[in-house]
Design a protein around this ligand. Structure first.
Ligand code: NI
Length: 221
């Protein structure tokens, strides 16, 4: 009888212990989320740097333009399909082990850092420079991991070559006998385009999410 009681107490204590541990980690992750997704008012608390935004008018004259690609649902799209919003565009490949995931995560952080009335004006877009492996289905799974609103674009080899050229994107294949598959070496700028598909700004990978959010904020979209 006593043994049974002791056993119950032990079970109870273990149960409480597990519950407390789960509760603790839940609270931790919520705190983390709180930092990642700042509330709309936080941008004022954080004090944007107020640096004068860099002028890209000269580069913009010969940049971007028309494109025909395929989105993650297999639908053919052109620049006109995005003419009612600003765009944050990054070129990469879904098999990229490091830079692309970091930059796409950054894109999500930027949008989370901006006030809602600004972030909703911007469509996040990932364009593949590896059409061989990045099928629409592959891209669909990939971009969903970062942002449910992120658009994934791929196309034929020729379509991708054309869009790379107009956005001055550099990419090359690296093959290694010791490696399964291949890697892609690629430039890693993030581009802010306006509704008319004109370049507004380009950001190197060294810019943080806060730097870019500040810059976008300062441009007053
Ligand atoms: Ni990459």
């Amino acid at each position: 009888m006593r043994n049974r009681f002791v056993r119950w107490v032990v079970f109870l204590l273990i149960g409480v212990g597990i519950g407390a541990t789960i509760g603790y980690f839940d609270a931790q992750s919520e705190m983390k989320n709180g930092v990642i997704k700042t509330s709309p008012d936080d941008i004022y608390k954080r004090k944007p740097s107020r640096k004068k935004p860099k002028d890209f008018t000269d580069i913009a004259k010969n940049f971007g333009g028309e494109f025909t690609l395929v989105n993650q649902d297999g639908k053919i799209v052109t620049q006109d399909d995005f003419s009612n919003s600003y765009k944050l565009i990054f070129f990469g490949f879904s098999y990229c082990p490091e830079v692309c995931p970091t930059e796409l995560m950054k894109m999500t952080l930027i949008l989370g850092d901006l006030k809602d009335d600004i972030s909703t004006k911007i469509t996040p877009i990932f364009v593949s420079i590896d059409p061989e492996r990045d099928t629409p289905e592959q891209l669909k799974q990939y971009v969903e991991q970062f942002n449910p609103d992120m658009v994934g674009l791929t196309g034929t080899k020729e379509q991708i070559e054309a869009v790379k050229k107009s956005f001055r994107v550099y990419a090359s294949k690296i093959e290694n006998k010791d490696m399964e598959g291949y890697m892609m070496n690629h430039s890693s700028f993030m581009y802010l385009m306006d509704k008319d598909n004109k370049l507004v700004a380009m950001y190197p990978a060294t810019d943080t999410a806060e730097d870019i959010a500040d810059d976008i904020y300062a441009r007053g979209l």
